[in-house]
Design a protein. Sequence first.
Length: 336
Amino acid sequence: MFNKPHSETDMSRRCAIVLAGGDGLRLRSFVKRLRGDALPKQYVKFFGECSLLDKTFQRAHRLIPDERVFTVVSQAHLAFPEVRQQLGGRGGAGVVVQPNNRDTAIGLLLPLAHLSARYPDSTVALFPSDHFVGREKLFMAHVDAAFGVIERDVAKIILVGIPPTSAESDYGYIVPAEVRSNAFPCGTRVVREFIEKPAPIVARKVVAGGGLWNTLVMVFNVKTLLRYMRGVQPKLYEGFRRLRDAVGTNKFKPVIEKIYQQAQPVNLSKDFLEVLPKRYPSQLLVLPARGVYWSDWGSEERIVKAVRKDPRLDRLGEIIAIHNRAALESKVRSMA
């Protein structure tokens, strides 16, 4: 399934974008107790000398060379020495700084403006930087398979989904269409709809019906994504076009500042991907990544669950102690 060879041309067109522009607000209080500051979670070194961002780069580099990995961060992040250190060896061309966080859609389009100027015919994998992935080699084998599908059919976009181990009500779900044929390779299926953070009873029904957790790991052809973005979010696409036209010129900085001043937050999942199956039926696919442990580290409970599962996490004892102490303090307050 995952061992079909790729042509050298296909491999040379592969790029990646790592989303690291978020401020980690949901986990800020936990990081404050752990470190004493507000360092966004993707830069926190839960793994000894490695942060979540470092781990994301390591996964991307299994398939894509460093010079074709682009990263978006927010200007405020650079105030932290750890952030400058983690980004310092990557070179200026691969690190794109946004003035502030305007959510994930513009956070994708900004580095895509740089990437498409250099690699206009590329196939791109998108990676959020705040996820924990176990069995990384297997996970990236699924991403490699997604690359192969897109390289054979550039009209498609593929999301990597995770078969749920529980009915989490705080996750987003991808609901595949019913299987009617073997039209799509590698087990990919057409996306029927998305369900974002369902109530517990709805989550159980979604899981029972074959729904998948949405990782937001996505593989697409540059021109295809931009064509669909123009159809679904024309204002956002117009901002992208202005950015791309300004790349490499002295106009870029004032253009980006003006766009970010005017832009409203646009969420990639809710405001683009959820609309895509309705506007362009059968063009959005999902590939289930089976046998992989995955967690979106948006809460300390998920971190504690992950570190209990994986003893290689260096800060295991410290993280669990902080979590338990917070739980005890909360219980005492409720009894007062």
